[in-house]
Design a protein around this ligand. Sequence first.
Ligand code: FES
Ligand code: FES
Length: 162
Amino acid sequence: MSSRHRIRVTVNGRAYERDVQGRRLLVDFLRHDLGLYGTHVGCEQGVCGACTVLLDGQVVKSCLMLAPQADGRTLTTVEGLAGRGELHPVQEAFREAHGLQCGYCTPGFLLSAVALADRGVVLEGKSLRAELAGNLCRCTGYQNIVEAVERYLRQTVGSRRG
Ligand code: FES
Ligand code: FES
């Protein structure tokens, strides 16, 4: 038997209050309690990155966290990126660079890229691949994903630097 916890979280700018079991995984909470199915489940052991979300702006793998650990925190999932019917710039960059095929890994890559941009990081090539190593893709061979993230970082961080 597992204890229940009342948790309060802000996800994509919206406040939620829910009772959850102590052993409820954050990824299951997002998907099944909040209906945010854009956060995917792959390996369930912290390897593939399909479950990547931002917790207070930091990249986390939501299969490695319990929902009660997110109490009082702010989360961003892929559903929080696009606004008012327009793609987020990182989604636009993936579209332009053909950075996806089946799309299963894509939410994780998008959020990892957003975290890099928020840190003001502009990376290319091998160093960017090293930063993205926590996200696996079974389809693309990575080249177009890397190009999409390079494009996004150049446009976003580069324009902030003026
Ligand atoms: S499902 Fe979380 S890292 Fe693979
Ligand atoms: S596009 Fe299919 S797993 Fe990456």
